[in-house]
Design a protein around this ligand. Sequence first.
Ligand code: FES
Ligand code: FES
Length: 160
Amino acid sequence: MKIDFSLNDKKVSVDTLPEKRLIDVIREDFGLMTTKNGCYSGECGSCIVQLEGNTVPACQVPVFAVRAKHVVTIEGFMGTERYLDIISAFNDVKCVPCPFCFAGKILAVDSLIDSRRSPETSEIMSLLSDHSCSCTSVSAFVEGVKIAYQNREIRGELMR
Ligand code: FES
Ligand code: FES
């Protein structure tokens, strides 16, 4: 089945089984390997992408469900100022996620700080619990997310 959708702001088309998982299409058909596959059960957070602006685990999305929709992966997101808000904050606190968590955490943090209110520590901890992560300092991660929010606020992209 031919499926047309937008991938990182480009119109793309893939001819594949409709039930093929989006994570496999992203990696195998488009070669976007920074987005990781882990548990394939929606638990580890490594495969997160943005679908119509919302974060979703791409292992739980059949590719037919993205027809005519907008998908953004970490590869596309890395070219944005929004990405710089987050990565510079994680650099500041020396808490850049390792390759397993990188895509999922960065995109999840983007959604959290885009909710236009200062994220509470409990919300950040909750976000972290959605990821199977074994190599993060929790306190540094919390601090990094708060700095990322401030970075975005300074750029004037958040409204109160
Ligand atoms: S591979 Fe999708 S949540 Fe783990
Ligand atoms: S940052 Fe390495 S497993 Fe999460």
